[in-house]
Design a protein around this ligand. Sequence first.
Ligand code: SF4
Ligand code: SF4
Length: 136
Amino acid sequence: MKTDREGRAGKAVFTCKCCGHCCHGESTVSMSPDEQKRIAGYLSLSLGDFLDKFCVRKGRRVEMRVVDGHCIFYGDDGLCTIHPVKPFHCRRWPLHPSILNDSAAWEAIRRDCPGFSEQATYEQVCNLIRETNGTQ
Ligand code: SF4
Ligand code: SF4
C-alpha cells in the first residue's frame, strides 16, 4: 500500500484508495539489508530479533511474514504500521517499471489495484512512472 506518492498531476492518474489489496496474499516483498536494518531500528529491535519475529527467509530473499493472509505489518486500521520505513517495493507499487513498454503488465496491475483512474491512459501511467522514478 502506498499513501504518499499521489502528487500534482499524478493524482488524476493514480490515487491510492488504501484498500489494502496489495498487502494481502501468500507472500510479501523482499527487503534489502539496509531496509531490514532501518525497519528494525524503527521498531527498536535488534536486527536479529526483527528477523526472527517479523521475517521469513526464502533462499537469499528476506521477506516480511504473512499473518492471516496479509503482511505482518498491515494494521487493523488498514494502514501500514511501518509506513515511514516500508520497503522500496511497497513505496513504488503500483507504478512498477515493468509497465513501461508492456501495456499488458499495466492491465494486469490495474485489475488488482483500484487506485488507477478509469480515464487513465497507458501513456499517462508511463509518464507518471518516469516522473516518479527514483523519487518514491
Ligand atoms: S491495491 Fe492500489 S489502491 Fe489498494 S492499497 Fe494498494 S496501491 Fe493503494
Ligand atoms: S510493509 Fe506495509 S505497505 Fe508493505 S506490504 Fe506490508 S503492510 Fe503493506
